[in-house]
Ligand binder design. Sequence first.
Ligand SMILES: NC(=O)C1=CN([C@@H]2O[C@H](COP(=O)(O)OP(=O)(O)OC[C@H]3O[C@@H](n4cnc5c(N)ncnc54)[C@H](O)[C@@H]3O)[C@@H](O)[C@H]2O)C=CC1
Ligand SMILES: NCC(=O)COP(=O)(O)O
Length: 334
Amino acid sequence: MVPRIAFTPGEPAGIGPELAIKIASSDRPATAARAQIIAIADPDLLQQEAARQGKPLQLIPFDSNREAEPTPPGSLHIVPATLAESALPGQLNPANGAYVLETLHIAAEGCMQRTFDALVTGPVHKGVINEAGVSFSGHTEYFAEKAGVEKVVMMLAADDLRVALATTHLPLKDVSAAVTGQSLQQVLTILHRSLRDQFRIEQPRIGVCGLNPHAGEGGHLGREEIDVIEPALNTLRSLGINLIGPLPADTLFTPPQLARCDAVLAMYHDQGLPVLKFKGFGRAINITLGLPFIRTSVDHGTALNIAGQGIADTGSLIAALNQAIELAQLRQAF
Ligand SMILES: NC(=O)C1=CN([C@@H]2O[C@H](COP(=O)(O)OP(=O)(O)OC[C@H]3O[C@@H](n4cnc5c(N)ncnc54)[C@H](O)[C@@H]3O)[C@@H](O)[C@H]2O)C=CC1
Ligand SMILES: NCC(=O)COP(=O)(O)O
């Protein structure tokens, strides 16, 4: 099977276009040869970037009626979308916010209709989309809404470490209220199922962080562990899910504890992701669990400070492509 992988390069002023050309070029990584890679992007933007890198680029119109074939070196399959205004590396322009959303919309629709076997996203700039007048907190939430799914789970993985989040893009002041028994049960159920069914771990072991320092220190530093987290874990344990914790995050993220876990559930973004990025920034992936389609992503943002310099590293994008291809092939096999 040659999987059809949709790829959205994301923010046009960021490093996404540069990464797209590096993936397409004739000295591209071997992984790109295993799939049909369909960029959903502005063709002129890609050609300008290819010219800047001095790499010839052939854009092949994507035809869903033709049998999937690996994208030839030096080329990308393309579904065109049009920028409102030309993009300059490193310079955000709210006028192009609608373009970014259009690429995500095409990708999501194509995945839901099974035109694409999986989606790999490049980085978007959440702020500039909001400045364009659209409330947007991240791909994760956007795709959940598009797919009509109440709950999805953001998980990042690097080497043997997997970190999932109980809450995603929320101001810190709102986190405690968002960690409810119901949401924890939903998140942990999705995580357990994905580890079992997508990552083929027969009896997944999930370590769960507390929310407060020292997991609340017996209620002296916060009661969320006693009132919310432990009861939710106990309910799930009674259903046969293997859970460790809640443990203080600074205990759970130590090597002896991590050795007992196939994944860690952190309560909020910056409790879990700094650890993951310290371990594997540049080769880690982000995957959305619980969607009706496969979506992986890079571990980094738009890197506006290096856009246009030709020094963006493709490591995480290659890892995200590999993971998407593997999951698409696995889904095909079962
Ligand atoms: N998947 C996504 O769509 C993500 C988007 N973002 C967005 O990115 C924007 C910028 O975020 P920052 O916090 O500045 O993080 P960032 O990841 O864009 O940059 C952090 C540092 O890492 C470097 N860096 C990032 N990717 C690199 C690569 N591939 N090769 C070489 N160096 C690289 C940058 O130059 C910078 O010094 C924010 O608006 C955020 O919302 C952030 C994370 C993920
Ligand atoms: N820090 C990871 C991140 O913000 C990615 O979010 P998303 O856009 O993939 O939802």
